[in-house]
Write a protein that binds this ligand. Structure first.
Ligand code: NDP
Ligand code: 2IT
Length: 449
């Protein structure tokens, strides 16, 4: 139940209109709960119908994606692009390729992207897309034919000033390359319509590293300001072993932490000596293999089946970087019992609401995804800037901008939490700080749709 009748009415409307979409409802509920004091302080949000507009995507495109596999069989997947909110810039957000993708998943991701993108301080609206296609086990030719078919429809709805997709789970440099090539062929134009491109055709230096690096910059600032502490000498557990997890491991190590565990959807590895990242990169980035393989190459390392056991490893800092709802209340309690001091989310919505509550009650520093993983999309926006200028910045220039953006996101969220009497609640702070700019822009632009 919400205290505000207005918020209760908005949430009930979302429930009625999106039945059974549990991830989407979870994401909306959390944001609306954070906004209680904001709507109570100023009637303009209700008068302008800001929240009922915010929870309804501006446009949703669901489409058939047919392609032919290596055996000559026709395969059919479903494609999605949800253009959620364009109040502060062109729709911006990744494309997820994973068998678990459905409307609820894409809508939760698109909804969260609105606030995350606003927090970056850069002019980008919120959107997300993807497909239930599973790139695992597919040949390069199959992935290419899928990407081309997917882009044939998607190209009708995107553009450098309209909607700029990027990577997410299952969509990395290979997939972005195939999609970009096909867009260019269809449109005969070389523009910044996708980000996360390869460095030879308009990609930004440091975009590959950005989400994981940004997560660590944010976490370092949170530790520094709220506990006069840092990564130095800390034991770190990171879930996942994809793009975000790998570069979070790299930066956490550079900052003096020791990362002792990584995972995939089958199980996790524990290496008490600290993860050898070169071995992980070879297995995951070059061979597209499973994390289990690590124990065959590094002596003393252990592999355990099942992914949630990773949260029973004793650590000071936990960075969930795999997927939504991967860290539940029992896992949170295990981390707390083992003395965790900070948790920051590299994945989108990896902690269940009960887990978040447990961390906050126990006084664990908690950095929510919208703030902590915003470095990826922020650097995507820097890629858009470079494409528009037909110019490129050096790695250090992009990395320095990323660092500043993450530090600002922490402080803006922290200050918002203070302003509304919830000092240190970075979930509420991020939601409020992200909301304020979008709401102002929506009100200023009138009620057009
Ligand atoms: P990748 O595809 O590179 O890696 C995903 C990792 O998460 C893999 O280790 C994968 O294991 C694991 N994983 C995926 N789905 C599940 C699942 N259902 N259960 C358990 N493990 C799973 O993706 P990214 O690293 O890019 O994305 C990871 C998270 O970070 C996602 O939540 C994404 O939305 C978020 N994110 C990504 C950004 C980016 O720039 N890439 C930016 C901001 C957030 P397996 O190989 O077994 O599937
Ligand atoms: O969740 C995310 O912020 C991303 N997957 C990155 C989106 C982007 O446009 O770079």
């Amino acid at each position: 139940m919400f205290k505000s009748q207005y918020l209760q009415k908005v949430y009930s409307g979302v429930e009625a209109r999106n039945p059974g979409e549990k991830e989407f409802l979870q994401a909306v509920r959390e944001v609306l709960e954070s906004l209680e004091p904001v709507v109570a302080a100023d009637p303009k949000f209700e008068q302008n119908g800001v929240l009922e507009r915010l929870v309804e995507p501006e446009r949703q495109i669901f489409f058939r994606v047919s392609w032919v596999d290596d055996n000559g069989n026709v395969q059919v997947n479903r494609g999605y692009r949800v253009q959620f909110n364009s109040a502060i810039g062109p729709y911006k957000g990744g494309l997820r390729l994973h068998p678990s993708v459905n409307a609820s998943v894409i809508k939760f991701l698109g909804f969260e992207q609105i606030f995350k993108n606003s927090l970056t301080g850069l002019p980008i609206g919120g959107g997300k897309g993807g497909s239930d296609f599973d790139p695992k086990g597919k040949s390069d030719g199959e992935v290419m034919r899928f990407c081309q078919s997917f882009m044939t429809e998607l190209s009708k709805h995107i553009g450098a000033d309209t909607d700029v997709p990027a990577g997410d789970i299952g969509t990395g440099a290979r997939e972005i390359g195939y999609m970009y090539g096909w867009y260019k062929r269809l449109r005969n134009e070389f523009t910044g319509v996708l980000t996360g491109k390869g460095l030879t055709y308009g990609g930004s230096l440091a975009r590959t590293e950005a989400t994981g690096y940004g997560l660590c910059y944010y976490t370092e600032e949170m530790l520094n300001c709220m506990k006069q502490d840092s990564f130095k000498g800390k034991t770190v557990v990171i879930s996942g072993s994809g793009n975000v997890a790998i570069y979070a491991t790299e930066k956490a190590t550079q900052l003096g932490g020791k990362v002792v565990a990584l995972s995939d959807s089958n199980g996790y590895i524990y290496d008490k000596n600290g993860i050898n990242l070169d071995v992980v990169k070879q297995i995951k980035e070059v061979e597209r293999g499973r994390i289990k393989e690590y124990v065959n190459r590094v002596s003393g390392a252990e592999y355990h089946e099942g992914c949630s056991g990773i949260w029973t490893i004793k650590c000071d800092i936990a960075l969930p970087c795999a997927t939504q709802n991967e860290l539940d209340e029992a896992s949170a309690k295990a981390l707390i019992a083992n003395g965790v001091i900070a948790v920051a989310e590299g994945a989108n919505m990896p902690s269940t609401p009960e887990a978040v509550e447990a961390f906050q009650k126990a006084g664990v520093l908690f950095g929510p995804a919208k703030a902590a993983n915003a470095g990826g999309v922020a650097t995507s926006a820097l890629e858009m800037s470079q494409n528009s200028m037909r110019y490129s910045w050096t790695f250090d220039e992009v990395d320095a901008k990323l660092h500043d953006i993450m530090v600002n996101i922490f402080h803006n969220s922290y200050n918002a939490s203070k302003k509304y009497g919830m000092e240190g609640n970075l979930v509420a702070g991020a939601n409020i700080a992200g909301f304020e700019k979008v709401a102002e822009a929506m009100i200023a632009q009138g009620i057009s749709y």
